[in-house]
Write a protein that binds this ligand. Structure first.
Ligand code: XMP
Length: 302
């Protein structure tokens, strides 16, 4: 792929397809960031990038994204309570994706009404479409779209690209490495890193555990590394029996997320991660490391 030519064509296509004002959901991931830069070049201030703080994001992520994209006129919508309320009682992973996807769309529709636009730009990439069409996972921005939608026009400039191609385009657009090399993070965020019902308490735990894992494995440059809550188990801390969360740690190598291998992290790194998670988060009783490749596993647990 020639990144420069792709950029030229994508900007021309956006100019051709969007005549009025448009919204883009900008999460700060490489896909939506690239999309936002392309759309900004094509539409200028007819583009309104919206960052939704769903409460499902990683530690400090929302403030950082707001800071990084303030020059694009980013609008931040704080919707933590709304997402938590919508997710109440939901345990099925695909239903979680639908609920999160629908809540995002409703927030975007409200913003679109506010600015007087009827077009939504999305950073959907090729593997999102394959996995959704193939029934593997309804990625929140594809199969997770609700059937009733106010937007008249949905534009997906990256629909034919793989992640490594999106990164090439990001570099060609001079996005900072913090964005162009950013670790993939699922659209439904931490909600799919909690097996079972999402609660505020579990979100706090999994957010802290994710931060520890990312910090400890950074030097090994995995495709993705994260923590998820799998369930509950008995442990002992000090002199007390604790019935606490089981946190799974996953670190994988991959080329395009279609397949993946568990990373062979040094034992001392795994021990440090385990020690920090159980030491720094009082309600975690156990830490396990996931060895499963994809297939038969998937990268996320849900
Ligand atoms: P899986 O878990 O299917 O993940 O092996 C493949 C890649 O996609 C990410 N992922 C998602 N991304 N919405 C997204 O935007 C989703 O619903 C979703 N589910 C998984 C996952 O983190 C990995 O990079």
């Amino acid at each position: 792929m020639n990144a420069e030519r792709f950029i030229e064509n994508a900007i021309a296509e956006i100019k051709r397809d969007i005549k009025g004002r448009a919204i883009i959901g900008l999460s700060g991931g490489v896909d939506s960031s690239v999309c936002a830069m392309l759309a900004h070049r094509a539409l200028g201030d007819r583009l309104v990038p919206v960052y939704v703080d769903s409460g499902l994001m990683r530690q400090s992520e929302s403030d950082r994204i707001e800071e990084l994209f303030k020059d694009l006129g980013l609008v931040r919508v704080n919707a933590q309570d709304r997402f938590l309320e919508a997710l109440k009682g939901v345990v099925d992973p695909e239903e979680k994706r639908m609920v999160v996807g629908e809540t995002f769309i409703r927030v975007f529709e409200e913003e679109a009404r506010r600015i007087g636009g009827d077009c939504l730009i999305q950073g959907t990439i090729y593997p999102d479409r394959i996995e959704s069409d193939g029934g593997i996972k309804a990625h929140h921005n594809v199969g997770g779209l609700p059937s009733r939608i106010e937007f008249k026009n949905i534009v997906e400039p990256l629909r034919d690209l793989y992640k490594d191609e999106v990164r090439q385009v990001a570099r060609a657009l001079s996005l900072s490495p913090e964005i162009s090399e950013r670790m993939p993070f699922p659209g439904p965020g931490l909600s799919v890193r909690i097996v079972g019902e999402v609660t505020r308490d579990k979100l706090d735990v999994v957010r802290k555990a994710n931060a520890i894992v990312e910090e400890e494995v950074e030097e090994f440059s995995p495709w993705q590394a994260f923590a998820a809550i799998l369930g509950m188990a008995t442990g002992v801390k000090g002199d007390n029996r604790v019935y606490g969360y089981v946190v799974a740690v996953r670190a994988v190598t991959s080329r395009d997320a279609m397949t993946a291998e568990a990373m062979e992290l040094p034992w001392q790194v795994l021990r440090r991660i385990s020690g920090r998670i159980t030491g720094e988060i009082p309600t975690v009783s156990r830490v396990v490391y996931d060895l499963t490749p994809k297939p038969p596993g998937t990268i996320e647990f849900e």
